[in-house]
Design a protein around this ligand. Sequence first.
Ligand code: CP
Length: 312
Amino acid sequence: MLFKHRHILGTRQLSADDITLILDTAERFREINLREIKKVPVLRGKTVINLFYEASTRTRTSFEIAEKRLSADAINITASASSVVKGETLADTARNLEAMRPDVIVVRHAASGAAEYLSRKLSSCAIINAGDGAHEHPSQALLDALTIRRHKGRVAGLEVAIIGDIAHSRVVRSNLYALTALGARVRLCGPGTMMPSAMEQLGARLCCSMEEALEGADVVMMLRIQRERQGRTLLPSLREYSRFYGLDNKKLRLAKADALVMHPGPMNRGVEISSEVGDGAQSVILDQVENGVAVRMALLYLVGAPAPNEEG
Ligand code: CP
């Protein structure tokens, strides 16, 4: 099956077949990542720019590792060390970078819609969204789907509880689109100030308590509070938040005995997740990170590899 998308802007644009192709491609790259020599020539001669306007550990590092393992030339730009600090706009920065003829730009930006904006402004390179505001984080949701599929053997029919700051999370939106496309049922739970009712129209079940969200869940995905995207204080105290919305071993027992515990990172230990759970036997949090490299290799390959008549 051919991948029809020029850009990866969100999981909303992806069908179940698209997602399955990405996950199957990632499986093949996972195998390469286990070899002693973790390099293949599929993007040799291609240039990928990682343009990050926001902090990142996992996404940025794994995109760079993915690019290097595919033999692309990887260039990292951090906004705080670029001419952005002299007032250059996103559009001007992108047009100047495009003039240097990259093949792919991976962009993370605080503004929702930034990746799509670049995809409209630039005509000669593919755009991969590495997180845009509270909108989407497609590569995160795809690595989550791969992790679930690897551990459970399927995604269809699973009950997935996503708990935390739903309103400000791009991870939750991308997961909701991807997991429901693959046939999972998604339940959401968080404080009233962080729970937009519009999520119900996207196919999620909204839960009033953490107990309701956890009951019989196959997967429990915890989210951190996105303080950087909150314009005002939405919580009386972290201690109270942790009591009602933090995951510890006692609450985890409400989920299925073999439920997976997931977190996109960075974890705030003792707030949304206890260390005993984050480091516990049901945690697949580091598997998510490992799968992130393979999924990003798959995305770069699918949008960046030369078409058959372009090779040679
Ligand atoms: N999950 C995630 O996006 O982590 P980083 O912010 O460290 O990239």
